[in-house]
Design a protein around this ligand. Sequence first.
Ligand SMILES: Nc1nc2c(ncn2[C@@H]2O[C@H](COP(=O)(O)OP(=O)(O)OP(=O)(O)O)[C@@H](O)[C@H]2O)c(=O)[nH]1
Ligand SMILES: [Mg+2]
Ligand SMILES: [Zn+2]
Length: 379
Amino acid sequence: MDLAALGWDERWSDMWTAWLQELPEAVKRRFGDALVPVRVAFAHKHLYRVIGDGGEWLAEPSGQARAGMLEPSDWPCVGDWVAASPRPSEGRATIVGVLPRRSVFARKVAGTRRGAQVVAANVDLALLVTSMTQDFEPRRLERYAALAYDSGAEPVIVLTKADQVADEADVATFTAEAMSAAPGCSVYPVSAQTGAGMSELQAVLAPGKTCVLVGSSGVGKSTLANALTGTSHMETQAIREGDGKGRHTTTHRELIPLPNGALLLDTPGMREVGVVTLGDNDGLQGMNHAFEDIQGYAKSCRFQDCTHQHEPGCAVLEAIEAGELDASRYRSYMKLQREYAYMKRSEDERVRQQHQRFTKQRSKAYNAIQRSHRSRKGR
Ligand SMILES: Nc1nc2c(ncn2[C@@H]2O[C@H](COP(=O)(O)OP(=O)(O)OP(=O)(O)O)[C@@H](O)[C@H]2O)c(=O)[nH]1
Ligand SMILES: [Mg+2]
Ligand SMILES: [Zn+2]
């Protein structure tokens, strides 16, 4: 596949040149001219399928590359541009390194205290999907929006299964609710079944842009992917009887080229949408962006350090009282704030422990030098 059709542009090309120069000499000697830029199109655990100019290969990181992947988020992910050395006769390639990401859509790994899982890399547009059924989840949209704003991708809301909504007026209600959950996001109500709203959605999936589908299991992400490609490439499955929950049909992440030249990334449904802090990013910016309305009220609170819980003159509480701000949105905001604060504390603790270990090691080394110094003097 042509690199430009995969999203490669001049900025990537410049990055590639600079990145190659920084490679350790040993790696340059070993792989040298054999290295090509390829994009990760499929990821399942630590097995990847990469696509580049010369073809498509199954790929794994080299031992040396693995040694440098200290955190789970250092591993390649769907959407990543990686440097690979293909072995065409075997249909395989070795991944030598991951190019720095332009955007990272990440979440907290379910069931862990911290630990980021990169859902998709180098994404331009995050399609936050929920269905206009009993599974409609405006509180989840808020979390997704916070993660998306943090990732550097632009969030867009897709409301699926419009054909299940009896009344046209109800579609407007769902749309309005989604809009207030994620102020500033465009909302697209669609039906993959009847095709309603699909052309409007297609129009935002511009050629060369990478768009990721995220949302709970069963909301219709893969059905949407199939409707957009006009294939039945992605497996889909009816949701469970009774609780309306999905079955977690999609188990891997995959980049699918659309007929118009956009790239669509289907992902497995998420059970939990935990917030994360990655590197220097404390996540608060995305959160503040996703809750601009509450931030706006907070500016008028009497106390600058108002916690919006009990203080007199709290403009946020007043807005709830006046019916301007939804109480459940407020609760969701407070809960997210606590989660971010917790992430921040555990990150600080991790850094502190790392520093302590380092200082200990250093003083051990220092003492060893002193001892050898003394014994030489004594001789
Ligand atoms: N009526 C109706 N049903 C839909 C629509 N889109 C999806 N569905 C149904 O919803 C169910 C779940 O769809 P999937 O596409 O498998 O859902 P998913 O979001 O990919 O789920 P996971 O892969 O588990 O994350 C299937 O039975 C689909 O047929 C739609 O527009 N209208
Ligand atoms: Mg799916
Ligand atoms: Zn307040």
